[in-house]
Design a protein around this ligand. Structure first.
Ligand SMILES: NC(=O)C1=CN([C@@H]2O[C@H](COP(=O)(O)OP(=O)(O)OC[C@H]3O[C@@H](n4cnc5c(N)ncnc54)[C@H](O)[C@@H]3O)[C@@H](O)[C@H]2O)C=CC1
Ligand SMILES: CC(=O)C(C)=O
Length: 256
């Protein structure tokens, strides 16, 4: 089986770091995002460094677009072995402010997007006559409740359920399904959240971000590369006997 991976939300943050790491691991890559220019930039950098990557514009909330992205990946590289359902959004939503739009938008991307990715990848693996790996992004907020993250946290708890359920359902086809649950990672998503924290207290983004490192045993927030290292393990052969699991990528903020 040729090592071919599709990464959603690969234009920045954790998705970009995963793409860069999997390129080093020898994967041919399809980088998927809503903004073609961003995924194209990451793909170009990988290609310049001797890797092989293509960029595909798709909204993971749209089932047809996710299926088309997987089909295009298989057609380009002639094989397909790993999907990383990484794309996500993280609105801050105090419970009494939650709207129907908040629920539908966040669930549409964070949960439906993972379901469409799982279906599209499974269809491709079966057509190719081999198994594969499905790797989903959850969060510490999908392991433990966080104030003001009712909507986001609910999507990330759902991902752990979907990961366990589909792992049992797809094992007979040689498909493993696992999830990674980062703590707080220094990406554009967290700077946006930190901005809100800082504003609420009348302070700046750096101050907001610093609040998240309080109580982390290893004394620092994580970098996107810390997460990519774990995804590299989940995408590779060394994790072949692991399925249905959520690996918490955390320096000691939560212990479970
Ligand atoms: N940054 C953090 O501290 C943590 C992040 N995570 C999760 O890790 C994943 C990646 O997060 P970050 O890199 O931090 O976020 P980010 O906001 O920096 O990057 C997310 C990427 O997903 C893309 N995206 C969003 N909606 C999309 C859609 N409908 N279709 C296609 N692409 C879409 C964005 O354009 C962006 O490129 C997310 O699922 C997030 O929930 C989990 C725990 C902590
Ligand atoms: C963004 C996220 O996953 C947090 C705050 O846990």
């Amino acid at each position: 089986m040729t090592k071919v991976a599709l990464v959603t939300g690969a234009g920045q943050g954790i998705g970009q770091a995963i793409a860069e790491r999997l390129a080093k691991d020898g994967f041919k890559l399809a980088l998927v995002g809503r903004h073609l220019d961003k995924v194209q930039k990451v793909a170009s950098e990988i290609n310049q460094q001797g890797g092989e990557a293509i960029a595909i514009k798709a909204d993971v909330a749209k089932r047809d677009e996710v299926f088309a992205a997987v089909k295009a990946t298989k057609a380009k590289f002639g094989d397909f072995s790993v999907i990383i359902n990484n794309a996500g959004v993280a609105p801050t939503t105090p419970i009494m402010a939650v709207t129907e739009d908040d629920m539908n938008w966040t669930w549409g991307i964070n949960v439906n997007g993972v379901v469409w990715g799982t279906q599209a990848a499974t269809e491709a693996f079966k057509a190719l006559g081999h198994g594969g790996k499905i790797i989903n992004a959850t969060s510490q907020a999908g392991v433990e409740g966080n104030p003001n993250l009712t909507v986001y946290g609910s999507t990330k708890f759902a991902i752990r359920g979907i990961t366990q359920t589909t792992a049992k359902e797809l094992a007979e086809f040689g498909i493993t399904v696992n999830a990674f649950a980062p703590g707080i990672v220094k990406t554009p998503m967290m700077w946006d959240i930190a901005h809100e924290v800082g504003q609420n207290a009348g302070k700046d983004d750096e101050w907001g971000m610093a609040q998240f490192s309080n109580g982390i045993a290893l004394g620092r927030l994580s970098e996107a590369k810390d997460v990519a290292n774990v995804v590299s393990f989940l995408a590779g052969d060394d994790s072949n006997y692991i399925t249905g699991q959520t690996i918490i990528v955390d320096g000691g903020m939560v212990f479970h």
